[in-house]
Design a protein around this ligand. Structure first.
Ligand code: TXA
Ligand code: MG
Length: 349
């Protein structure tokens, strides 16, 4: 594939023109990368199998990994699903528009390719106004996985999208950095009991305040094949830069000491080492360092995680030492989940 990828930098002045032009591309079956509040998504008409196929092709995504369908209204959701159980309605009322993806039984209008052949569909209403206007103006629900090459860290800027997908997609709408930085929480509401399949900005605790107890259906490690994989995306490598990521977990001070020690060790053996850390105290060690945010600021850490992995990768480091000593509360749980999946090895102190 080597097509022209149009870049639309959106401003208040050109907002409606850009949305109209991109809605035309969507209606013609094309692919447009869009900002959402979580990460950039690669959008196409979810009801057009040819358009959805372009997403899989552009990303190199395995065909059995289903996509999230983005809607701009509950009426649009109602066309996609057989029923909306009352607990799912409560979640919608509490968290939409926002970073919560809900899995329900699908209707026949949703093509097999969009759901990887499953009889359920994952749906969310993004909070980002650009995304929602595009869905409204094109009058199509948008299938939109994260706009990265499969397996790479998710994109939080249009530059990340272009790095991975330039020449492979029709357009990208550049609306600056996304504000959350990790993907939506995914909850399966199609069975007897709600199951969280992917942690995200909306924590299990916040969900339980609305609908009572939920099951946790994900692990932070690659499944070994003995375990049932509920969300097809769980069995693939994720979020990985080219550099080898080594994750250090444990008390903050011990982690920082270990990073210093390992940095010295690897550097002495000739490796170029990048640091992804929650303390500015390490900045004297190297310029190949990204400060994620303070250990008690998980929202800041979430915003900087994918950016940090990509930025160290682009500098050409061989090894990334990642500091996992920030709080695992709230969105911290989602950040840990992504970091563990990106890591070759986890060192517990
Ligand atoms: O924040 C987000 O959710 C971003 C933005 C662009 O909206 N999208 C995103 O999509 O992260 P993606 O495709 O990278 O992740 C979708 C996840 C995958 O793990 C997939 O396997 C799971 O949702 N999924 C989708 N449909 C499913 C279904 N019917 N049953 C179980 N899991 C499903
Ligand atoms: Mg993804």
């Amino acid at each position: 594939m080597n097509q022209e990828t149009k870049v639309f930098k959106i401003t208040p002045d050109n907002f409606s023109d850009v949305v109209r032009e991109c809605a035309d591309i969507i209606r013609r079956g094309g692919t447009v990368a869009i900002p959402t509040e979580t990460v950039y998504g690669l959008g196409a008409n979810a009801l057009d199998p040819t358009a959805v196929n372009r997403i899989f092709h552009a990303k190199g995504r395995p065909a059995d990994n289903p996509l999230i369908v983005h809607v701009a209204s509950v009426e649009q959701l109602e066309q996609l699903v057989l029923e909306i159980p009352s607990q799912a309605r409560s979640l919608i009322n509490a968290f939409w528009p926002g970073p919560l993806t809900i899995i329900l039984k699908r209707t026949v209008i949703v093509p097999d390719i969009t759901t990887g052949g499953l009889d359920t569909v994952a749906v969310r209403m993004p909070a980002d106004v650009v995304a929602r206007e595009l869905i409204r103006v094109s009058a199509k629900p948008l299938a939109a996985p994260s706009a990265n090459i499969s397996g790479r860290p998710s994109p939080t800027t249009a530059a990340h999208v272009l790095h991975d997908l330039e020449g492979r997609i029709d357009a990208v709408i550049d609306a600056g950095s996304t504000c959350i930085g990790v993907e939506s929480t995914v909850i399966d509401m199609s069975g007897e009991k709600p199951v969280i399949l992917r942690p995200g900005y909306i924590s299990a605790k916040k969900i339980e305040e609305v609908i009572g107890e939920v099951d946790i259906g994900y692990t932070d490690h690659m499944t070994d094949g003995t375990e049932v994989v509920r969300s097809p995306g769980m069995k693939y490598t994720h979020y990985s830069p080219s550099a080898t990521v080594l994750l250090l977990e444990g008390p903050h001070d011990l982690v920082l000491d270990k990073i210093r020690e390992m940095y010295a060790d690897f550097t002495c053996r000739g490796a170029r080492v990048g640091l992804l850390v929650t303390s500015i105290d390490l900045s004297s060690l190297t310029n190949d360092i990204v400060y994620l945010g303070g250990k008690d600021e998980p929202e800041e850490v979430a915003r900087n995680l994918f950016l940090g992995l990509r930025s160290l990768d682009e500098r050409g480091v061989n090894i990334i030492l990642a500091d996992g000593s920030f709080t695992h509360e709230g969105v911290g749980a989602a950040v840990m989940n992504r970091l563990r999946k990106a890591s070759e090895m986890i060192i517990k102190l």
